[in-house]
Design a protein around this ligand. Structure first.
Ligand code: CO
Length: 208
């Protein structure tokens, strides 16, 4: 890949879009009304819209290392607030992926500088689910399971925010936890029981 290709690709992409609809960019320019907020990993192999077969205008996207929802992350919190309160998305998805480098790093003993506080959040997920994870003998299986549990805990973190609690109650906002398997291309719904999560967190984290 060279950067010159990117601009040539862009010209071709414009022509392709206009060939199917000559008002394509006029329509894009008139505004957005996505149904879905996608929170995923920055990993180059996990392309948000592409793997779902969706295109421009379909998804509001936030990506960071290991698809985290951290309460002090002004960036993620702003994305969630804007998408849920103002764009009124119908669904929020946390999408993790197997062979996630961020999750792997959190499983190892290493000083990674500025990454330490970020990865600490994944180590916290490990601590919360230590009993289950330590029973898994295979390191690969443990790695896969931590990816899944991390998605689950980030869904919990979503449910701890006032804006999500309010939209959940008032207009039935749906929260989903998915995992993308880079090794097969398959997108998997973890079928996380958001109702019982909300019940559990409401006791302590009830804001609204
Ligand atoms: Co990742």
């Amino acid at each position: 890949m060279i950067l010159k290709d990117v601009f040539e690709n862009n010209q071709k992409w414009i022509q392709d879009k206009l060939a199917t609809n000559d008002k394509y960019f006029e329509e894009l320019g008139s505004g957005q009304n996505p149904d879905l907020l996608y929170i995923g990993c920055s990993d180059s192999r996990v392309t948000a819209e592409d793997l779902m077969g969706l295109g421009p205008g379909d998804v509001f996207v936030h990506r960071n290392i290991a698809n985290m929802v951290v309460a002090t992350d002004l960036n993620a919190m702003s994305v969630i607030e804007y998408a849920v309160k103002y764009l009124e998305v119908k669904h929020v998805v946390v999408c993790g992926h197997y062979v996630c480098g961020g999750v792997k790093a959190a499983m190892q003993s290493a000083d990674l500088g500025i990454l330490n506080p970020w990865l600490r959040n994944i180590r916290d997920v490990y601590r919360i689910h230590k009993n289950e994870l330590n029973k898994i003998e295979s390191e690969d299986e443990k790695y896969d399971r931590l990816v899944e549990l991390n998605v689950q805990e980030q869904c919990v973190n979503l449910m701890k925010t006032a804006v999500v609690q309010k939209a959940f109650r008032e207009r039935g906002l749906k929260v989903h936890g998915w995992v993308f398997d880079v090794r097969t291309g398959k997108l998997i719904d973890l079928n996380i029981d958001v109702d019982s999560i909300l019940e559990n967190v409401r006791e302590i984290y009830h804001l609204d």
